[in-house]
Design a protein. Structure first.
Length: 115
């Protein structure tokens, strides 16, 4: 069974994530650890990427992200640099991916309510 090519699913990766072209896709990508792009990965993503942190993307990190990247929630990111690759804000891909989160509802009694 495969996903509809027009779908923008929510995908969660626990821990650090170093994608390759085989992990390309679209939707909301949630990385609980750091996102790092390996050399010559050819990774492509359309939608929203939420990552706990970012690893430096070196000179051979070839990738394309169209949508929105939000990172650094897990800890301070310090200095980060990207020598190659492309990150392009794309409002349509961000909106379509964000719509896949619209059906989520808050759960009462969650641990965050104590803060």
């Amino acid at each position: 069974m495969s996903l509809d090519p027009e779908s923008f699913p929510v995908i969660r990766v626990t821990g650090d994530f170093f994608p390759t072209s085989a992990k390309s896709g679209q939707g909301v990508l949630i990385v609980t650890g750091d996102l790092g792009i390996p050399a010559n990965s050819g990774w492509q993503w359309r939608g929203i990427v939420l990552a706990g942190g970012l690893r430096d993307f070196g000179p051979d990190a070839i990738f394309s992200l169209e949508g929105m990247l939000v990172a650094g929630q897990g800890h301070a990111m310090h200095h980060w640099h990207m020598d190659n690759g492309r990150i392009l804000y794309h409002s349509c891909y961000a909106a379509w991916a964000g719509a896949s989160l619209a059906h989520l509802t808050a759960v009462s009694g969650g641990w965050w309510e104590g803060y």
